[in-house]
Design a protein around this ligand. Structure first.
Ligand SMILES: NC(=O)c1ccc[n+]([C@@H]2O[C@H](COP(=O)([O-])OP(=O)(O)OC[C@H]3O[C@@H](n4cnc5c(N)ncnc54)[C@H](O)[C@@H]3O)[C@@H](O)[C@H]2O)c1
Length: 315
């Protein structure tokens, strides 16, 4: 029986991943989360939650004993736990590095001790920074925030453990992920939906023409699973994971507006505020490598994906 450790498994992507793995595999799942952002109820309330297949350790990825308890008996690690807020990383870079760099190193060391077969690291488009899109894996990374720098450092350690110890790992550079279980997130999709449901005016930072590659959490979950099972050309591989489609924040707003209006919810016009520091202007990614090597095929275009998110927030 395959057993996978999901760090940060009570968070947004973690709960979507656990749900996906319960549906698409017969694996057992160990979760470690310190509940700093996620909640245990986020995990236990997924529709297909199965206590027979899931074990949970409330603990910190920087604590050797906590990690030891969670990783024992596991074959693979999906390392999602992180400080995820770009602005927080600018204001508190040492805290960001402690969780994202020291925490990742601790997970790699534990993985080495336990003979982990595959280590999937949740990296980010922020590790590459601003490049003329579409961004692929060959671009020289130039992060523009401490968060991006800490993610790039995590990738570097994965590469180093492949080189020094032969550990097989993947750095998965997620684009902008959205979907169910994101009530606690400050990402643009979650913010638009929550603010409008609250009857308030949503805020668009900058002119709204900035673009992103918005990818549904179920598609990211499928890519993570594939990264644990697909044959890889070398012990360390980087993958850009998104949809390969560019959507502006203004376009996103109209799609959210349509989906909420269809539910009978009144949508106020957005308020425009100054652009935020450390944020990339144009971004979408080239997913050819993930398609070729992992067999990854995203299944949600932005309209279908937003519909599923709006359904989750409103039903
Ligand atoms: N959501 C996105 O759009 C996006 C984009 C790119 C990359 N990522 C990466 O994906 C991963 C998951 O992000 P998410 O959006 O689900 O965030 P999230 O905050 O919902 O989930 C992260 C989880 O990690 C836990 N955690 C934080 N610090 C911890 C620690 N020291 N020890 C144990 N648990 C800890 C939190 O409680 C939370 O449940 C992160 O690594 C993030 O950087 C996310």
């Amino acid at each position: 029986m395959v057993k996978v450790l999901v760090t940060g498994g009570c968070g947004f992507i973690g709960t979507n991943l656990v749900s996906y793995l319960l549906d698409h595999t017969n694996w057992e799942i160990s979760v470690i989360d310190d509940l700093s952002e996620g909640k245990k109820e986020y995990l236990t309330s997924i529709f297909n939650y199965d206590p027979e297949r899931i074990s949970f350790v409330e603990g910190d990825i920087r604590d050797e004993d906590d990690v030891e308890q969670a990783i024992t008996g596991c074959d693979h690690v999906v390392h999602l736990a992180a400080q995820t807020d770009v602005i927080a990383s600018i204001n508190a870079p040492f805290k960001d590095a402690d969780i994202n760099v020291t925490g990742t190193l601790n997970m790699l060391e534990a993985s080495l001790r336990h003979g982990i077969k595959r280590f999937a690291f949740a990296s980010s488009a922020a590790a590459v920074g601003e490049h003329a899109p579409p961004v692929d894996e060959s671009k020289i990374p130039k992060p523009i925030s401490p968060y991006g720098a800490s993610k790039l450092t995590g990738e570097a350690y994965c590469s180093a453990y492949a080189g020094s110890h032969g550990m097989t790992s993947t750095a998965l550079r997620f684009a902008n992920v959205y979907g169910p279980n994101s009530w606690h997130k400050g990402s643009v999709v979650a913010e638009f939906i929550k603010t409008i449901i609250d009857g308030k005016r949503p805020v668009i930072f900058g002119d709204g023409d900035q673009t992103r590659d918005f990818v549904h959490a179920a598609d990211i979950s499928s890519a993570i699973k594939l990264s644990l099972t697909a044959e890889l050309p070398s012990p360390f591989e980087v993958f850009q994971l998104g949809t390969g489609t560019e959507t502006s924040v203004n376009q996103l707003f109209s799609i959210v507006e349509d989906a909420l209006t269809d539910k009978g919810i009144e949508v106020p016009s957005p308020r425009y505020a100054p652009a935020r520091a450390g944020e990339i202007y144009r971004n979408y990614c080239d997913i050819s490598k993930a398609k070729d090597i992992l067999g990854y095929t995203p299944d949600h275009d932005i309209e279908k994906g937003i519909q599923s998110s709006v359904d989750w927030f409103t039903d």
